[in-house]
Design a protein around this ligand. Sequence first.
Ligand SMILES: *[C@@H]1O[C@H](CO)[C@@H](O)[C@H](O)[C@H]1NC(C)=O
Ligand SMILES: *[C@@H]1O[C@H](CO)[C@@H](O)[C@H](O)[C@H]1NC(C)=O
Length: 299
Amino acid sequence: RGDPVFYTWHSGVKFVWSGGVNPAASLTVSPHRLQHFSTESLSLICEGNSTEWRVKKADEYGDVSPCYYWGEMTGSTCNTNTRASSGVYWCESETQSSNAANITIHSVPHPVLTVSPSWTSPGDSVTLTCSVGPPSAGWRFFWYKAVPDMSDYYTYELLAGGTTGTEQDSYILHGQTHTAGYVCRARRGDPVFYTLYSDVKFVWSGGVNPAASFTVSPHRLQHFSIESLSLICEGNSAEWRVMKVDEDGDVSTCSDWGEMTGSTCNTNTTASSGVYWCESETQSSNAANITIHSEFIFI
Ligand SMILES: *[C@@H]1O[C@H](CO)[C@@H](O)[C@H](O)[C@H]1NC(C)=O
Ligand SMILES: *[C@@H]1O[C@H](CO)[C@@H](O)[C@H](O)[C@H]1NC(C)=O
C-alpha cells in the first residue's frame, strides 16, 4: 500500500494436493497401505522425469517438513524413522510434483488384558481377553503367564500351545486353582509387527494352597493406617515377596509401603487398602482383601 510503496511479507506456502495419477511424477508407499505404526519404517518412493527428488510432509497443523526431519533420503527414496507422524506426503523436484497421500501413523498399541472372574475357586475356568485399539483387523494374540522374578518384576512365559498365537482375542484357562498373573500381546502383518505387552493382570484365589500361605497379623481384615501389620508368607520357597494391587489396579510390592524381613512384610503408615498376597519364583499364595482406614476418624 501507500506512497512510498510498502509490501507485507509473503504468506506461508499453502498446497493444493492431488491424489490422482501424474504420469510425470509418482509417490508410492511401501509397505503398500495408508495405516502404519511408528516403529515400522516406511519407504516413500519417488519416480518420474527428474533426477533429484525430495519428499515433503504437511502435518495436521499445515507445517511442512522435508524427509531429513523424520527419515533419510537415499536416491529418490525416503526411509522414515520413528519420528514420522501422520500427514500428507508427496514428492517434488524442481519441475514436477507427484500425487499426494494421506498417511496415518499410529503409536504402538498397548493392549488391555481383562480376566474374568478375577477371584477363583478351585477348578474354575478363567477367560482372558486382550483388546487392541484400532486398527483392529488381522491380529494374532499371544498369551503369557507372568512368572515372578525376585530380582526384577516378572518374566513372561508363553502359555501351553501359544507359540503360534490365537486368532480369537480370548483364551480360556481351565481348572485355575492358584493366584497367578497373566499378560497378552498381539502380532500382525508381514513384516511382523508386535504390540507392546499388556499390563499384568491377576487371577486371585482365596482358597488354601498347601504349598504357599499368606496370613495377616493382627488377624483381621479391617485395620487403621497407624497400626503396623505383619504380612507373613509361608511355604516351600526360600525367598518371598508380598504383592499388592490397589483399588486403581496399580501393582506394588512390600518395599513400597513397608519392609520385608525374612518372609514377613511389616507395613508402615503408607500402606493402603487392596488385594495382598505372597509370591516366590515358583509359588503363589492365597490372596486377601485388606481394608486400611486412614488414621482420621470423623464423628
Ligand atoms: C475380595 O473382594 C472381591 C470383591 O469385593 C470379592 O469378590 C472376593 O471374593 C474377595 N476375596 C476374598 C478372599 O474375600
Ligand atoms: C514406609 O516405607 C517405605 C519403604 O520402606 C519408605 O520409603 C517410607 O519412607 C516409609 N514411610 C514411613 C512414614 O515410615
